[in-house]
Design a protein around this ligand. Structure first.
Ligand code: NAP
Length: 295
């Protein structure tokens, strides 16, 4: 087994993503000698201890980060500024500070000012997840075959970026590097807009008259069921994502709304060619995803 890249890895937030990193570290090796788990509440931390996938459990984020050569923030993106301020004084020179947040410009804006000299800040976003949250929802294979995008700000130490890249690869992820603004636009279309649509369609169904709503639930077809799975995601996390990727989400939503209007017009006027062309293009996208093993 490869030598661990890090001596002490601190996970600030140990729910689905943090819990999966800890489990992957234990199962695949080559990541960290010691994994420290931190959560906001004692209740979650007790659950982490019971599940036993971390070596050390620590309720105080600064104590968790103390002595760590890699600290990864794994809580909702809206919590990052306060957490970065709290842990900054204990970060060791040469340590890597990273995160797994779903938005990247906001993370650089919120964490950047607190990064002490000599600490390497390497933001990352594993494009993997489920609708479940909390320490019990994680699993070691979550990142296998999924992309993890690193968005190091210009001038970031290359050795630090490579070390972080290596642990993601050891967790089974495919890694890529991107500028944070570009990441946010990509994430807006592949993840944030689909969630926005899922939350909206579930809301629309829920607003229907009582009798119809019962029938929606009773006869839910695969299409609606798939939306409800996506819409079951954590409210705080998603509220944070929308507010912290506002520009890109609103831009993609505007484009989507225009396209939906064009589809409505084609249906109204019986424009079969337009409708079929849209569906054929969508099927091709699905086929490409299957070929890329991302389906
Ligand atoms: P999660 O399962 O809900 O876990 C969140 C963790 O953060 C918990 O340990 C929680 O502690 C802690 N936490 C919450 N609020 C906090 C605060 N104010 N201060 C300190 N810790 C706090 O969430 P997750 O799904 O792992 O998501 C974590 C991050 O990963 C988010 O930034 C999200 O954008 C990103 N991400 C998520 C997915 C996904 O599909 N879920 C995919 C990629 C990236 P308690 O349990 O005590 O509240």
């Amino acid at each position: 087994m490869a030598e661990p890249i890090f001596n002490r890895l601190a996970l600030i937030g140990t729910g689905l993503i943090g819990g999966s990193i800890a489990r992957a570290s234990r199962e695949f090796g080559g990541i960290a000698k010691t994994v420290v788990a931190n959560t906001r509440s004692q209740k979650s931390l007790d659950r982490v201890a019971e599940l036993g996938f971390a070596d050390v459990c620590e309720l105080d984020p600064a104590k968790a980060a103390e002595g760590a050569d890699c600290v990864i923030l794994c809580s909702p993106v809206g919590t990052y500024a306060a957490l970065a301020e709290q842990i900054a004084p204990v970060l060791m020179p040469g340590a890597i500070l990273s995160d797994v947040g779903s938005t990247k410009q906001s993370v650089i804006r919120d964490i950047g000012p607190f990064v002490p000299d000599g600490v390497h800040f390497v933001p990352s976003h594993p494009m993997a997840g489920t609708e479940f949250s909390g320490p019990e929802s994680g699993f070691a294979d979550l990142f296998k075959g999924r992309w993890c995008i690193l968005t190091p700000p210009p001038g970031t130490d290359e050795t630090a970026v490579t070390r972080l890249d290596t642990i993601w690869q050891r967790m089974g992820a495919l890694t890529a590097r991107m500028d944070a603004a570009h990441h946010d636009r990509v994430a807006a279309i592949v993840s944030h807009l689909p969630h926005l649509i899922a939350f909206t369609i579930c809301g629309t169904a829920d607003d229907l008259a009582d009798e119809t709503r019962q029938e929606v639930l009773k006869f839910a077809a695969a299409g609606f069921r798939d939306f409800t799975r996506i819409a079951a995601s954590d409210p705080t996390m998603w509220c944070d994502i929308f507010l912290n990727n506002k520009d890109a989400v609103l831009e993609m939503l505007a484009r989507f709304s225009e396209d939906a209007q064009a589809m409505a017009r084609a249906i109204r006027w019986g424009d079969t060619a337009y409708i079929e062309d849209k569906i054929v293009r969508s099927r091709k996208i699905r086929q490409s995803l299957i070929e890329l093993k991302q389906a």
